[in-house]
Ligand binder design. Structure first.
Ligand code: ASP
Length: 318
């Protein structure tokens, strides 16, 4: 049996200890622990990396603390539209969905696309038709509502701005209550296969059917046993321009760099040049893990079969 491991994130951005109440901090740490434990339990039972990624992400989608599934941010029109993707590093099979409403667990729908469609990427109404055909659970609008995110959206809805769920810009007061974070997971199973997944409500006040990096294979999500599995979080537009997740894979493949060094080059050099605030988590087929970000903080955690375990929020935890 080979080493196995899981890493998760719950979003990156301006996450400051001074804005956090002890109760909220504890709630985030518990939520990260729970999601990580759900994924780790799958790996421990010799489940696949793909199943572990799904299990961890479902836990975070169901938690109002994170900007994914329940608790997703509001668009310019005051509705919630979600994006998600999942990729299997052993087969390069991928499934992604964008701009969907009322899907309880967007990562499950992305997995349905991977496993049971002839396609990779479905959007909007068509994706919902497919969800209904596959029996994926839907919920009414109320299920996804969170007062904090509604108030956060009201602050900027009359402007042309759109914002990361986790940045301060003009919403310092509201941030006292802050609840945010795109979610993602990467895993390496006991057979040495890797997988990555990401799920998000996107950015507050997004308009015109805007889609971020999260569901775009190669930008926010990528997995290939030969190199790495990556899930990103941050300002999606620069991550798409950088083809960030796939770029880490290319640097490992063509330049023979380690997971850590390849991620460092993308997060701390290439993305910075494009104004790409955020971070990513990565894993390779040996079970090495890296979690890097150029923002103030990133909700993150990993657990390896060796017993090594880390849960962190702020940059000093790195
Ligand atoms: N990357 C996501 C997007 O641009 C946002 C996030 O990571 O919070 O839609």
């Amino acid at each position: 049996m080979k080493n196995f491991a899981i890493a998760i994130h719950g979003g990156a951005g301006t996450i400051l200890k001074e804005d956090m109440t002890p109760e909220l901090e504890k709630a985030y740490l518990n939520a990260l622990e729970e999601a990580m434990a759900a994924g780790f339990a799958v790996l421990k039972m010799d489940g696949t990396a793909l199943e572990a990624v799904k299990a961890a992400i479902v836990m975070m989608e169901d938690n109002l603390l994170f900007n994914a599934g329940r608790g997703s941010v509001f668009t310019k029109k005051g509705i919630q539209e979600m994006d998600a993707a999942i990729m299997n590093g052993s087969t390069l099979e991928a499934g992604a969905i964008a701009g969907v409403r009322n899907v309880r667990n967007p990562i499950e729908l992305a997995l349905e696309v991977l496993e049971n469609s002839n396609h990779v990427f479905l959007s909007g109404k068509g994706a919902i038709d497919f969800a209904m055909k596959q029996g994926v659970k839907l919920e009414p609008d109320d299920y996804f509502f969170s007062q904090f995110r509604y108030d956060q959206w009201k602050e900027i809805r009359d402007s042309d701005n759109y914002s990361l769920d986790h940045t301060h810009q003009g919403i310092q007061e509201l941030m006292k209550d802050k609840k945010f974070g795109t979610v993602g997971a990467v895993a390496c199973d006991s057979s040495g296969n890797i997988a990555a997944g990401t799920s998000t409500g996107g950015m507050t006040n997004k308009k015109f059917g805007r889609i971020g990096d999260s569901p775009v294979i190669g930008a926010g999500t990528y997995a290939n046993n030969k190199t790495c599995a990556i899930s990103c979080t941050g300002h999606g537009e620069p991550f798409i321009k950088a083809v960030a997740a796939h770029d880490v894979s290319c640097i490992m493949d063509y330049k023979n760099k380690s997971l850590h060094d390849a991620m460092h080059e993308v997060v701390h050099e290439k993305l910075i040049k494009l104004g790409g605030e955020g971070g990513m988590i990565g894993i390779d087929a040996k079970g090495n893990v890296s979690m890097q970000f150029n923002s103030v903080g990133m909700y993150r955690a990993y657990h390896k079969s060796s017993g090594e375990k880390v849960v962190g929020i702020y940059s000093k935890d790195l």
